[in-house]
Design a protein around this ligand. Sequence first.
Ligand code: HEC
Length: 103
Amino acid sequence: MKKLVTLTLTLSAICLWISTANTAQASATGEELFKQHCSVCHPNGGNIIKPHETLYKGEREVNTVEAIVDKMRNPGPGMSKFDSNVLPDSDAKAIAEHILKTF
Ligand code: HEC
């Protein structure tokens, strides 16, 4: 009987560990998502392809979360397209908020 209790406890501990590990992955921060998807062309908010089209405040033309999300969905020449199966709205918004408060 004691063995069964130990086994049950061990199993639930493993399940809990797996579920928290998954949650952490699902809620990556805007900063992490930016690094993962955007930094190749926009390192530190710059632009290696079109050096004048940076993400810096004052230079960037899009200044709201909605407009930045729209840019990801309908990018201009030279930028990759990120549609909602690559970046769901929640992730796209997190990236946009990161850009607005960081650069
Ligand atoms: C393959 C390179 C590339 C990647 C990857 C990329 N971009 Fe861009 N980005 C560009 C280029 C080139 C432009 C300038 C053309 C344009 O306006 O679309 C640009 C422009 C922008 C602008 C407009 C800047 C302005 O002056 O208004 C925003 C905002 C932007 N990118 C956000 C992002 C975000 C967010 C990501 C990641 C989800 C991303 N970009 C990934 C190349 C890239």
